[in-house]
Design a protein around this ligand. Structure first.
Ligand SMILES: [Zn+2]
Length: 445
């Protein structure tokens, strides 16, 4: 598909849209065009999504695109149909339910978490448990859309640069769709997520340099028209804009599960901010339709502090931070986030909180023991961010807070599990009872 030029249309997209003939293309019935989230310049519906975002903003502050729908979108909640997956919100998504490649993603529980909430100083805390998705991470909301679009466009191969949750998720949905999947990874990548990627039958290409992971995808897109779901160009603007639309459904579900209200705060772990950006778009759509009467404030739990820097400086272009330590929260360990994340934080009056390794495993264990929710290490960074903002007086004790736990704790057991040194082996039940009697457990209750 040939790349088509951007048109200059900074401030008034509506006038342009009404007079424009839709370009023929698979998404033409749904997506009228794309616009830059920063400057508003438009690009046609069949523009090649080349991971560079807006052509105009590229040299100053790289920014992602977002789709504009051909038909004005209705109330997300009133139009929901069926109950089996996030595709009940298909009327808000870039392709129809009849084109969906689905594994039953979405509809994850929003669980009241009063015990750990009290520990953090915010008793009205709820956990949106995205570890309950088909591949045990929130990335399934992205992959179901991306792979559905790819298949509808006739792509034979989908690809991503990820040895983590995104790779595992894309591999699963490609398998479901009958498409091939190629995943470029770091040489030396290991762990449960890489094993998961291989189990779904994806081709894994380990490369020594991060830049080569991206270059290979760029070449594959140019030579063979592979559908590339992840970023493959720096500075990163975010992932494929149509996939990001899937994250809107997290906001819809939170409001549905909260009797039609939005929380005061919604806190997510943030790498390139695809989910943060999508969740913000979802809340804004609900607000525009009158489904909610106020918007939540967003918080990004990050690692190296690029969003905190940009919020403080007011810059649109994020600076790359020095990586001063190896984060245990590998899913979000980027030295530089994106404008799309920054924009969501700014518009919501939000905050970014850098989270170190200190206390991360202890918080993971507290969440598991207090609430029965076993989360990936990156997924408990929101809890540390909440505690930090509560201590700073930013979040009040009476605020309603939703923390999005993005993935299951089974994903990074290789990093979080201690040794088995505490395990005892008992030769007889008498031995076990002797130990129990001495253990301090109240055995009768
Ligand atoms: Zn722009």
């Amino acid at each position: 598909m040939a790349s088509r030029p951007f048109r200059d249309l900074t401030h008034d997209t509506s006038a342009h849209i009404s007079g424009e003939q839709k370009q023929p293309g698979v998404d033409a019935n749904r997506v009228l065009e794309f616009v830059c989230i920063r400057c508003g310049a438009s690009a046609p519906a069949d523009v090649t999504i080349d991971s560079r975002g807006c052509a105009r903003c590229q040299g100053t502050a790289p920014a992602n695109l977002r789709p504009v729908y051909a038909v004005p979108q209705p109330d997300p909640l009133a139009g929901a149909k069926g109950s089996s997956s996030l595709w009940r919100f298909a009327h808000m998504l870039p392709c129809g339910a009849e084109e969906a490649v689905s594994l039953g993603e979405g509809l994850t529980p929003l669980l009241a978490a009063p015990r750990i909430g009290a520990f953090l100083g915010v008793p009205d805390l709820a956990i949106k448990d995205e570890g309950r998705n088909p591949t045990w991470s929130h990335k399934d909301r992205f992959s179901t859309i991306a792979v559905s679009v790819a298949r509808a466009r006739g792509a034979k191969i989908v690809a991503t640069a990820s040895s983590g949750n995104a790779g595992a998720s894309l591999a699963a949905y490609a398998a479901r769709a009958g498409l091939k999947c190629v995943v470029t990874t770091f040489a030396g990548s290991a762990g449960a997520m890489l094993a998961q990627i291989r189990k779904y039958g994806a081709t894994v290409l380990p490369l020594v340099s991060k830049m080569d992971r991206w270059s290979l995808l760029e070449q594959a897109a140019a030579r063979y028209d592979w559908f590339i779901a992840s970023p493959y160009h720096g500075p990163v603007v975010g992932s494929h804009p149509l996939g990001i639309e899937g994250y809107k459904t997290i906001a819809y579900e939170i409001v549905e599960q909260s009797d039609g209200t939005a929380p005061d705060w919604c806190v997510l772990p943030v790498c390139y901010g695809d989910a943060l950006s999508g969740v913000w778009a979802g809340f804004c759509e609900l607000f525009a339709q009158g489904s909610i009467t106020r918007l939540p404030r967003l918080v990004a739990a990050e690692v190296h502090g690029s969003l905190s820097d940009a919020l403080a400086s007011g810059a649109d272009a994020l600076s790359e931070r020095k990586m001063l330590f190896d984060s245990l929260a590998v899913s979000i360990g980027t030295p530089r986030s994106t404008f799309q994340a920054l924009k969501a934080l700014r518009e919501s009056g939000g905050h970014a909180v850098p989270v170190s390794n200190h206390g991360l495993i202890a918080m993971q264990e507290r969440l598991a023991r207090d609430e029965g929710i076993f989360a990936e290490l990156a997924s408990v960074t929101p809890l540390i961010a909440i505690a930090t903002l509560k201590d700073q007086g930013v979040i009040a004790a009476t605020d309603r807070v939703v923390a999005v736990v993005t993935a299951s704790g089974l994903k990074d057991l290789d990093r979080s599990a201690g040794s088995n040194e505490h395990d005892r082996i008992f030769r007889t039940t008498d031995d076990a009872w002797r130990w129990l009697d001495d253990s301090g457990l109240d055995l009768a209750s």
